[in-house]
Write a protein that binds this ligand. Structure first.
Ligand SMILES: Nc1ncnc2c1ncn2[C@@H]1O[C@H](COP(=O)(O)OP(=O)(O)OP(=O)(O)O)[C@@H](O)[C@H]1O
Ligand SMILES: [Mg+2]
Length: 259
């Protein structure tokens, strides 16, 4: 469970990106965060793994105040939280399986780190993770020979191999074509439903957010202005979240459906 309690974040330059956020996300939820560029979506999700620190209020994960974690505790805590980016963040000049095995590096004793030796169990876990996202056959292919959608699946497999409780995804489908985007969203849904991993995802495609997420958070100027099930998102609410500019932000399908 993730709890934001009166949480605010002001960056060093003076921009307040989150204002008094109160929010509880239960284990296993699929949450989509929507809102205009600059609304504070990335800040919101990046505070959850302490990539950014709150400046006011608290963030509890399973009742632990994460601001109090130090050194090794932070590293252990971060291992429970996977992070997926728009840009995949892979080492493209090596194989798919090597990219997945990277997730085990923090667990290795120094001598294994130096020799780059992974255990048989770790290799099996890596292959299982690739199987979960349907690219087991690509295990020994170099990443730079894969499509964008396949690369995002490698990133997802790398995250799964660390057996997270939570996956934070910052616009994971932003650089994919609509068909591939849906295939990757299907993977997120399967992982969420079958493994009960919470997914908290920033996404600019309103129609896809409504289709896949159980719960929508609408962020505007650092505030949560909508929090509810996808089924309750109306055109009026989207105008509220996007300040009248939402038609330009979303696809024609969503516009048609909610006009
Ligand atoms: N590292 C930073 N230092 C200073 N200001 C920042 C930093 N990161 C974000 N901001 C500011 O905080 C606000 C919220 O940014 P954030 O990246 O969370 O928005 P976003 O909703 O994710 O936008 P986008 O849809 O463009 O990714 C913006 O005004 C941004 O300029
Ligand atoms: Mg962002």
């Amino acid at each position: 469970m993730i709890q934001f309690i009166q949480a605010s974040k002001t960056y060093a330059g003076g921009t307040t990106a989150l204002r008094n956020v109160n929010l509880t996300i239960k284990q296993g939820e699929f949450v989509a965060v929507i809102g205009l560029s600059g609304a504070g979506k990335s800040t919101l999700i990046r505070c959850i793994n302490r990539m950014h620190e709150l400046t006011e209020g608290k963030l509890l994960v399973d009742n632990v105040d994460i601001a109090k974690l130090k050194g090794k505790q932070i590293r252990q805590f971060r291992r429970r939280i996977g992070m997926i980016f728009q840009s995949f963040n892979l080492v493209t000049r090596t194989t798919v399986i090597n990219n997945v095995l990277v997730s085990f590096v923090p667990e290795l004793p120094m001598w294994r780190k130096l020799t780059g030796m992974f255990t048989r169990e770790q290799k099996i876990k890596a292959l299982e993770a690739l199987d979960k996202v349907g690219i087991l056959d690509k295990a020994y292919t170099r990443v730079d020979q894969l499509s964008g959608g396949q690369q995002q699946r490698v990133a997802l497999a790398r995250t799964l191999a660390q057996q997270p409780d939570i996956i934070l995804a910052d616009e994971p489908i932003a650089s994919l074509d609509p068909v591939t985007a849906r295939a990757v969203m299907d993977d997120f849904r399967n992982i969420n439903k079958q493994m009960n991993i919470s997914v908290i995802m920033n996404i600019h495609h309103v129609d896809i957010a409504l289709e896949y997420a159980d719960r929508i958070l609408g962020v505007r100027k650092g505030e949560i202005v909508f929090d509810g099930p996808s089924s309750q998102v109306t055109a009026e609410m989207l105008r509220h979240i996007y300040g009248g500019e939402w038609e330009a932000e979303s696809s024609w399908e969503a516009s048609a459906a909610y006009a």
